[in-house]
Design a protein around this ligand. Structure first.
Ligand code: MG
Length: 312
C-alpha cells in the first residue's frame, strides 16, 4: 500500500473481542510496525458504537486504520469511515472474523504488518437494509429467528456453542414464511422458504451460502431456499456444505442491485449476526463506499480463488 508518512496509521482495539488475552499480540503488532517505520496510534474502544465516533474524529488525519477486533468492531469502523478515502485493515482478532477471512488477512502480527506495508487497497461495497448499512450477510426467516432467540437469552460473551439451543429450538418450531421477492423490478419468488443476501461469500462455521459473492462488484448475492419443513431444511444444509446449492432446482441464486421482500406477517431478519428489521425489507447496495487493505496477490493465485471452485 502507498503509505503516506505525513499522516499516522491508527490502531483501533476492541478489548472485549474474541476470547481476550490479546495483549501480547497487540504489543507484537506495534513492535513489528515500529520496526518497519510505522508508529501505530492506539485507541481502545470503551463500548458499543465508540469505534464509529472515534474513527470519524480521526478520519481527516489518518493514512489507514488497523482494526483489532471481530466483525462487530470492523462494522463500527466501516460505518465511521464510509465515504472517506482512508483504508481499513481488519485483523482476525474476534470470535467471528468473516471479513478478515474473506480478505485472507493473516492473524500473525508480523504478517499483518507486511499486509499494511505491501497490500493493496480495494474499494468495497456497503449493503443497505431498510436504510441501515451492512458489510457481510443478512438472513431472512429462519436465521432471523435464531439470532433473535440468542439475543433474548444471551448474557455476556458468546461463542459458537451459544447458538446450539437457539438453532435447535428454531429448527423444530420455525414456521417457514411465504415470501414475495422482487429483484431489480422483476418478481422472482413467491413461495415458502428462507433467504440470505450476501456482500461476502462467507457465513458462520465455514459455510459459503452466497458462494459467488464479491465485495467489490457493485452487486449483492441472493440465495433463496424453497422450504416448508425440517427435511427440506436439512437437504438445503447438506447441499450448502457441498457448495452445490446454487445448482439445485429448489434454490434460487441471483445477483442484484435492488430487492424487495414482502410477507403476509412480519418476519424477522438478522444483519451481520445481530437482530435486524422485520419485513417488508428494501435491500440495496452502495458501490465502492469503503476502502479495505488486502494482501498482495499470491503467485499465480486469483484473490478470489473460490470463484468457480469445484466442490470436493
Ligand atoms: Mg458483491
Amino acid at each position: 500500500m502507498e503509505y503516506d508518512p505525513g499522516k499516522p496509521v491508527h490502531l483501533v482495539i476492541n478489548p472485549r473481542c474474541g476470547y481476550g488475552g490479546h495483549h501480547g499480540a497487540v504489543a507484537q503488532l506495534k513492535a513489528e510496525a515500529r520496526a518497519e517505520g510505522i508508529e501505530l496510534v492506539e485507541y481502545v474502544t470503551k463500548g458499543p458504537r465508540d469505534a464509529t465516533d472515534h474513527v470519524r474524529s480521526i478520519a481527516a488525519d489518518a493514512s489507514a486504520v488497523v482494526v483489532w477486533g471481530g466483525d462487530g468492531t470492523v462494522n463500527e469502523v466501516a460505518a465511521g469511515m464510509e465515504g472517506f478515502d482512508v483504508p481499513i485493515l481488519p485483523c482476525p482478532a474476534g470470535t467471528e472474523n468473516l471479513l478478515a477471512k474473506e480478505l485472507r488477512i493473516p492473524g500473525d502480527p508480523r504478517k499483518i504488518v507486511q499486509v499494511l506495508r505491501h497490500g493493496r487497497v480495494i474499494h468495497c461495497d456497503v449493503g443497505r437494509i431498510n436504510g441501515r448499512a451492512f458489510l457481510l450477510i443478512i438472513g431472512i426467516g429462519f436465521d432471523g429467528e435464531v439470532v433473535r432467540r440468542l439475543a433474548n437469552t444471551r448474557s455476556g460473551h458468546i461463542s459458537h456453542l451459544s447458538y446450539f439451543w437457539p438453532i435447535w429450538r428454531t429448527f423444530w418450531e420455525h414456521k417457514y414464511p411465504r415470501m414475495k421477492i422482487t429483484a431489480d423490478g422483476e418478481e422472482i419468488y413467491d413461495d415458502y422458504g428462507m433467504a440470505f443476501i450476501g456482500n461476502i461469500s462467507r457465513y458462520a462455521v465455514g459455510l459459503r451460502i452466497c458462494r459467488d459473492a464479491l465485495i467489490d462488484d457493485g452487486l449483492l448475492d441472493l440465495v433463496v431456499f424453497s422450504c416448508r419443513k425440517q427435511t427440506g431444511m436439512l437437504l438445503h444444509a447438506a447441499w450448502t456444505l457441498l457448495r452445490m446449492h446454487p445448482l439445485k432446482g429448489n434454490a434460487i441464486y441471483k445477483q442484484f442491485r435492488h430487492l424487495r421482500i414482502e410477507t403476509a406477517q412480519p418476519v424477522l431478519s438478522q444483519v451481520d449476526g445481530d437482530p435486524g428489521p422485520e419485513t417488508p425489507l428494501e435491500v440495496g447496495v452502495s458501490p465502492h463506499r469503503i476502502r479495505l487493505i488486502i494482501p498482495p496477490p499470491a503467485r499465480s493465485w486469483s484473490i478470489w480463488p473460490w470463484k468457480g471452485e469445484v466442490p470436493v
